[in-house]
Design a protein around this ligand. Sequence first.
Ligand code: SF4
Length: 354
Amino acid sequence: MSITSDRPAVTESTASAAADMQWIDGPGGFTGVEPTLEWAEEVRRLAKARNATLLAHNYELPAIQDVADHVGDSLALSRIAAEVDSDEIVFCGVHFMAETAKILSPDKRVLIPDARAGCSLADSITADELRAWKDEFPDAMVVSYVNTTAEVKGLTDICCTSSNAVDVVASIDPDRDVLFLPDQFLGAHVKRETGRDNIHIWAGECHVHAGINGDELTEQAAAHPDADLFIHPECGCATSALYLAGEGAVPDDRVKILSTGGMIDAARETGAKQVLVATEIGMLHQLRKAAPGIDFQAVNDRASCPYMKMITPAALLRALREGRDEVFVADDVAARARQSVERMISIGNPGSGE
Ligand code: SF4
């Protein structure tokens, strides 16, 4: 799912204002540039001059989403990166997402505005840790969620998204062990849905999603009895939500476990007047644009990803002026990673990633 944003037209009036914009490089990222109209015009002018396509993830700051050519989830954006006819991709998201774009479009130059924008979930398993785990289960199939580094994808048999994780695991010989990584909450969901007892789950988590817990969800669901619940499966509360629905505490049809792209589709289709959203709060911007008549509320309004928010107006300006930071993936790693991603796309409905 992707959305083309309403972005400002480029004019010739920005030259002097743009020349004054200078960024500051600090420990938390690049700062010092405000997302003014002049900034947006300068960004569009530079992107055009570089023949670059700007992609922004749903969790980015609203100003970054609004200046981009396309906004969406990680897999949809990577597929757009492969399809567009431009020399460069500027990926406003975290590093593993820019790597996935590079894997699917090896002939394009891929930039991320700040290469320090990592991901606690992708970092929860390294390639060496996966090699050691595979040694313990030499006949197992490795299934990795897309929030993984290129190196880990290169050691994976099939990648999966939150939309097709169950289908991917169900497609594997029932007698074969499965190593599922890195997200323990998504793994628990897959184990429950498939009923397999030979699925081994890596104990990784995203610190932002894990912080959205079941108690908060229960409290909010009770306070808003008519609201729908849109829940990302990486959330610590996803298991609680399914439990609450199973116990009848929340009507089953009000709980929707959705990827970020799936949330946009569901927002357009729901008849609810209010929706409680359990994922990173940047998502609210696109949901409110997609369905302005619905009151979207965060289950936890402190659930903000500090890595996504490193892609600041200053960082984007720097990326376009200086052509940095370029993302590289070694050819052999990219070739193996591409296979695991292509297998993912061929099973079930891959929908979208985070
Ligand atoms: S929200 Fe979590 S999973 Fe997503 S990029 Fe941030 S740390 Fe990673």
